[in-house]
Design a protein around this ligand. Structure first.
Ligand SMILES: Nc1ncnc2c1ncn2[C@@H]1O[C@H](COP(=O)(O)OP(=O)(O)OP(=O)(O)O)[C@@H](O)[C@H]1O
Ligand SMILES: [Mg+2]
Length: 272
């Protein structure tokens, strides 16, 4: 089997016509294997084909262990694909323009909220005054005004995730990767942060790939849902969600999509 990965810089539009939604990242026939400690090779992802368009809010949903984090790590170039090809839009700078909110809290514990949010700007050598101004605006936007001097251990889980989102957005990423960022929060806080994320996306139009195993969350947030299932995981379905916002969880259409996805994920688990 061909084993190669090309992280290239030559995509986007292939026609001379203006394209209002060019691809920001494209995965073609991507596969990923891991070798376990005992030397056994396990295939995690198989023949993944995805074309993410600029500005989309895409959720990736799948049961635990399906390969969702692995997929984000491939996109972020944290690990390499064993098969297929990943192509970035030529305008996307992989070092500076991809932000990643990891599955577990990633704030620097020895820095306060302001310094955490401004951290990426500091690395980019933005003058202190400007980076503090930018960081304060974002702290306000994510609802943490008044907590800029607080340290991560002084914040609730929801507040830490607000700070982590502000930190990710501070660098004005072209691509925002989020790995179950609300997974450890209670329902009320989770709903609040989902609303906040939808608002921020409406304002910034940042292309976002959001991983969750919560189907309800996937439907609330997404323009498009990618359903991963099976082992090795394949894309079971790629669904465009055009329900009006704010979305009504009790509507017939919402429930239909929910059940469709749940059946897809559950059926595959039972077959395993
Ligand atoms: N570095 C690694 N070495 C070996 N196996 C790995 C490695 N990383 C992930 N895996 C395996 O790949 C599979 C997919 O892992 P991954 O973390 O991508 O799943 P996930 O869908 O994100 O799960 P969760 O919902 O629990 O976060 C799992 O079986 C895991 O054990
Ligand atoms: Mg994961």
């Amino acid at each position: 089997m061909e084993r190669k990965r090309i992280l290239a810089v030559n995509t986007g539009t292939h026609t001379s016509k203006p394209n209002i939604h060019p691809s920001i990242i494209r995965l073609e026939h991507v596969g990923k294997d891991f070798t376990t400690e005992s030397g056994k090779r396990i295939a995690v992802l198989d023949d993944i084909n995805l074309d993410i368009k600029t500005g989309q809010l895409v959720t990736v949903v799948g049961a635990t262990g399906t390969g969702k984090t692995t997929l984000l790590n491939l996109i972020a170039s944290i690990c390499k694909a064993d098969q297929g090809r990943i192509t970035l839009n030529k305008t996307l700078n992989i070092c500076n323009e991809i932000a990643y909110v990891f599955q577990h809290y990633t704030l620097l514990p020895w820095q306060n909220v302001l310094k955490n949010v401004a951290f990426g700007l500091q690395l980019r050598k933005i003058p202190i005054r400007q980076r503090n101004d930018d960081a304060m605006k974002l702290i306000d936007k994510v609802g943490l005004a008044g907590f800029e001097k607080a340290y991560p251990h002084e914040l609730s889980g929801g507040m830490r995730q607000r700070a982590a989102i502000a930190q990710a957005l501070a660098i004005k990423p072209k691509l925002l990767l989020m790995d179950e960022p609300f997974g450890s929060l209670d329902d009320t806080t989770r709903t609040e942060l989902q609303r906040m994320l939808i608002d921020l996306h409406r304002q910034t139009q940042t292309t976002t790939i959001f991983v969750t195993h919560n189907i309800d969350e996937a439907i609330i947030l997404a323009d498009r849902i990618v359903v991963l299932a099976q082992r090795p995981a394949v894309i079971q379905q790629d669904i465009t969600i055009d329900l009006p916002r704010p979305r009504n969880r009790t509507s017939r259409q919402f429930t239909d999509i929910y059940l469709k996805i749940r059946n897809m994920i559950t059926t595959k688990e039972v077959i395993e």
